[in-house]
Design a protein around this ligand. Structure first.
Ligand code: ZN
Length: 114
């Protein structure tokens, strides 16, 4: 799989994963690659900047990314990280009296089938 930085004809930047360069071109030419922001199908690969600063990698590139960043900050500042004990914490909160406190967790790694 290849990850391409893409740009639509409205100037929106987004990413896409493709099986190959030919796969990207075939999907684009068939109108199957749509802009993640406006849905435009006039899309091309964006030129990769030769030098990328840390700020360029972390700054939101469009309103959708800015909204997701704000949502993530809100969740992170208003929740307690409980890690892999999310199920136990959620069950204890469900069974405890009073309003629940927000919690967040990372998905547990899947165990191989035995
Ligand atoms: Zn667009």
């Amino acid at each position: 799989m290849i990850r391409y930085a893409l740009r639509c004809d409205q100037g929106h930047d987004f990413d896409g994963w493709f099986r190959s360069s030919d796969g990207f071109e075939a999907m684009r030419d068939a109108g199957q690659v749509g802009c993640a922001v406006c849905g435009a199908t006039k899309v091309d690969r964006a030129l990769m900047a030769p030098a990328i600063s840390d700020k360029a990698l972390t700054a939101p590139r469009n309103p959708a990314e800015a909204a997701l960043q704000a949502l993530r900050r809100k969740i992170e500042t208003s929740s307690d990280y409980v890690g892999l004990s999310f199920a136990e914490e959620a069950r204890a909160m469900h069974e405890a009296p009073g309003p629940p406190a927000p919690s967040m967790a990372r998905p547990a790694p899947r165990m191989p089938a035995s």
